[in-house]
Ligand binder design. Sequence first.
Ligand SMILES: CC(C)(COP(=O)(O)OP(=O)(O)OC[C@H]1O[C@@H](n2cnc3c(N)ncnc32)[C@H](O)[C@@H]1OP(=O)(O)O)[C@@H](O)C(=O)NCCC(=O)NCCS
Length: 165
Amino acid sequence: MQSKPASDSSVVMAVLMEPADANTAGNVHGGVIMKNIDNTAAVVALRHAGCNVVTASIDRLDFHNPVYVGELVFLKASLNLVGTSSMEVGVRVEAENPREGQVRHVASAYLTFVALGEDGRPTQVPGLTLDTDLQRQRHAEAVDRQKMRLAEKQREKAGRERAGL
Ligand SMILES: CC(C)(COP(=O)(O)OP(=O)(O)OC[C@H]1O[C@@H](n2cnc3c(N)ncnc32)[C@H](O)[C@@H]1OP(=O)(O)O)[C@@H](O)C(=O)NCCC(=O)NCCS
């Protein structure tokens, strides 16, 4: 299977926040941003894998700034790491007031997707070629995160088994 460059699958999505996206305080609901993060990252994983993908995990997500109705939300997403069937996608979320043009960093997130074959089981994805220093740095950091994720998953599984859950 031929490797693909990260630039082939990276995307920038722009979404206008509408009144239906508001929470009871009138700001944009955090869940709307989370859904857009998942959707955008899934597009990256789909483009790279070329087959069905599912979200396996989403790392810790902090909201640094609120988003308001009428603002444009930009989601910039690219592939950091490819395993056998798994892919880590990084997403940076920014909000812009289109009248004033000011851009704020809203959140950054790392999501892991797994490619599924026709049998619904994890299947191999193309390798990732890294062409820039930034891509190599993101890749190295993603390797560390994936180790931590899998160690945490093991710890949680052992804890559930001890508790008989
Ligand atoms: C994600 C899923 C396919 C993993 O299945 P599994 O039987 O645990 O698969 P495996 O143990 O063979 O792992 C497959 C890959 O996923 C990775 N993986 C599994 N769980 C992971 C997690 N929580 N975080 C990051 N990576 C994970 C493994 O490291 C492995 O990567 P590799 O192939 O690159 O080495 C399975 O748990 C699943 O289908 N979950 C539901 C996904 C879903 O429906 N998401 C949407 C929710 S609405």
